[in-house]
Design a protein around this ligand. Structure first.
Ligand code: CO
Length: 184
């Protein structure tokens, strides 16, 4: 397993529409393991392939589950190729979201409270699940990444203007990192 570099705001890969996955099996399994390790090393609960520079429709999610008295918190892990929302609730609510590609920035994002989702597992089998609460939000956030959408796209114009300086500094940081080759 290897830890991958997280791409930061300003990296064009974050704005690309990611390609569908057609190949399943050991290579995808190895990539999924690297993504999980990278996500956990950065204290994330979700990570999309474009965030590690791979423009493919692949997402990992690791949500802490309620642990029973003193046990280590368990992770609910989802490894999803080609995830797609097929139904969403009319009801929405707002959650303050962060993103590993936008360090120290949070945005209040309004999204459906529950979704029905279709994806393929590491073997390429179709899976349909329903999710609600924070998990539903994380799933929608990660699918956004596959379409080149970032949480800052949800900012109202005035707030976006106010955040312009911080975003500019992040993209400069990205350019600096790609020039020195230290990654983001
Ligand atoms: Co994100």
């Amino acid at each position: 397993m290897a830890r991958l570099d997280i791409r930061i705001y300003g990296d064009p890969v974050l704005r690309r529409e990611a390609d569908e996955i057609h190949q399943f099996g050991p290579e995808l399994e190895a990539f999924a393991a690297d993504m999980l390790e990278t996500m956990q090393a950065n204290d994330g609960i979700g990570l999309a392939a474009p965030q590690v520079g791979v423009s493919r429709r692949f997402v990992v999610i690791g949500m802490p589950e309620e642990a029973e008295g003193g046990d280590e918190p368990k992770l609910r892990v989802l490894l999803m190729a080609n995830p797609e929302v097929i139904e969403e609730s009319a009801e929405t609510d707002v959650l303050e979201e962060g993103c590993l590609s936008l360090p120290e920035i949070t945005v209040h994002v309004d999204r459906p409270v529950s979704v029905k989702l279709r994806y393929q597992n590491l073997q390429g089998e179709q899976v349909v699940i329903e999710a609600e609460g924070v998990l539903a939000k994380v799933i929608q956030h990660e699918i956004d990444h596959l379409d080149g959408i970032l949480i800052t796209d949800y900012l109202p114009p005035l707030k976006k203007t106010m955040m312009q300086g911080r975003l500019k500094r992040l993209s400069e940081q990205h350019r600096e990192a790609s020039r020195t080759g230290t990654g983001g």
